[in-house]
Design a protein. Structure first.
Length: 93
């Protein structure tokens, strides 16, 4: 299963959809990237393969970032999911 996460302007949490096939996930990713690059406000409607009936409609000018990830890939320390990883140090040094 492949997850496509969208970060939207003024929304603190990402919204996401899932695709079963890598090619389908890549197609959605490319569609969103092209719509963002066009600079023309466009409405994009997305559906989810995992949650049948889930629909997500966004205005492309409100998309700040898009990410595609393989949910089934093994997680490693050097490869963290998400848009950023934060290192927290102990205050008692």
């Amino acid at each position: 299963m492949y997850t496509i996460d969208l970060i939207l302007r003024h929304v603190p949490m990402p919204v996401s959809i899932e695709r079963k096939e890598a090619a389908a996930a890549e197609a959605v990713y490319q569609t969103i990237c092209q719509a963002m690059a066009s600079g023309t406000p466009t409405v994009v409607e997305l559906t989810c393969d995992r949650q049948v009936g889930k629909k997500l409609t966004v205005l492309t000018t409100d998309i700040v970032a898009v990410q595609i990830a393989d949910k089934d890939a093994p997680a490693t320390v050097s490869s963290r999911g998400g848009f950023f990883a934060q290192l927290v140090q102990s205050a008692s040094s």
